[in-house]
Design a protein around this ligand. Structure first.
Ligand code: FMN
Length: 364
């Protein structure tokens, strides 16, 4: 599959996820078989360009290409200017976000809120496509609500406007993340456009990926949440799509250096303090459902020191590998403990940050 001049090695892509799909995570996904990885949503607002959050999200130094930067905004000229700035900073593909359902984003009429205004969508596409020489792609939901499911019209308009690839999450904005993703709209879009269409939503096994590709006729699948827990899902799906057989699960011995390197990259990307705090969430996801995972979460919650946190993960991996070569998933009870640990931590952190920082100074 190609996006512009870029030949992609497979049909299994990593989804943009704000607060998760940073440069180290994208690198990990690529190492584990993702053929393409899109960066986290970045605001188009030039006033925020120098902020720590935006400049970190725009930082793609040393990243394996093609480098795709996703922009969120509502003003065609501001988005065009942001696209030029992103390209000057290293972006090789610009992705426009028309899928984010978050209130903060939708209240600014960005993200999936744009789907309500098809004329504005057309102006944004025209403005961004003509601003940059690199491919421009679009990520969207199927519509604003089940009553306004207009993805087919928008995608058709996007193709006419010069968009080179569409990634479609099979839910409307009103659906949030509830219920199941539906793939009929993606299938319909695929019959109406000639540019590549990527199917996204609830794909969490190789069999599901195969089903979605068959049902929709899409050119590739895009995986988000499942990769937070099992980043090796990319190579598992790729293997299944190529051979029709299941790849043997990753061994802990194979995963260990990749996960430790990922953690090191995370700390150096985010800095010591924020790195140690934000790595907790990453470790919680990896630990979910694993034998001994709850204890690992407790350990990483108790430290703000990167070296201690890394040691906790390493010891967990070594102990697990001594018991069994493969990750051992347990019953729902312990995985609930992990979710509980995760929720407690996030709740505590939100409270402590509210107390420590006035709202405009809160770390992102
Ligand atoms: C934590 C999180 C952050 C997300 N951030 C973005 C984003 O920045 N840009 C975007 O287009 N979609 C974003 N999404 C949506 C995902 O890219 C994807 O469309 C959605 O999660 C459905 O795919 P999945 O079922 O494989 O997770 C985010 C989703 C999650 C869970």
């Amino acid at each position: 599959m190609k996006i512009g001049r870029f030949d992609l090695p497979n049909r299994v892509f990593a989804a943009p996820m704000a607060g998760i799909a940073d440069r180290p995570f994208r690198q990990l996904c690529r190492e584990l078989g993702a053929g393409y990885a899109v960066g986290e949503m970045t605001t188009a607002d030039p006033r925020l360009r120098a902020s720590r959050k935006t400049s970190r999200r725009l930082c793609t130094d040393g990243e394996q290409g093609p480098i795709a930067v996703q922009l969120a905004g509502a003003d065609p000229l501001v988005l065009a200017d942001a696209a030029r700035h992103a390209v000057d900073s290293g972006a090789q593909i610009i992705d426009i976000n028309m899928g984010c359902p978050a209130k903060k984003v939708c209240n600014a009429a960005c993200g999936s809120a744009l789907l309500r205004d098809e004329a504005l969508v057309a102006r944004i596409i025209e403005s961004v496509v003509s601003a940059v020489a690199v491919p421009v792609t679009l990520k969207l939901r199927t519509g604003w609500s089940p009553q306004l499911r207009n993805a087919v019209r928008i995608c058709h308009m996007a193709e006419s406007g010069g968009i080179q690839m569409l990634a479609l999450h099979g839910r409307t904005r009103a659906c949030g993340f509830r219920g199941n993703a539906e793939y009929d709209t993606i299938a319909e879009v695929k019959t109406r456009v000639r540019i590549p269409v990527i199917a996204n939503g609830d794909i969490d096994t190789p069999e599901k990926a195969q089903y979605v590709l068959t049902h929709t006729g899409a050119d590739a699948v895009m995986i988000g949440r499942a990769a937070q827990m099992r980043p090796w899902i990319f190579r598992e799906i790729d293997h299944f799509l190529r051979n029709g057989t299941k790849k043997p699960p990753i061994t802990i011995a194979e995963a260990r250096p990749l996960l430790l390197r990922y953690l090191d990259a995370h700390y150096s990307h985010h800095g010591e303090l924020i790195g140690a705090r934000s790595a907790r969430k990453r470790i919680h996801f990896l630990a979910r459902g694993l034998l001994g995972g709850a204890r690992l979460c407790e350990r990483v919650n108790q430290t703000e020191d990167c070296a201690n946190q890394r040691r906790a993960l390493d010891e967990f991996l070594l102990e697990s590998a001594a018991r069994h070569p493969f990750f051992e998933y347990i019953d729902a009870a312990e995985s609930l403990d992990v979710e509980q640990a995760s929720r407690t931590y996030l709740h505590d952190r939100a409270l402590s940050e509210k107390q420590k920082f006035p709202s405009q100074l809160r770390p992102h």
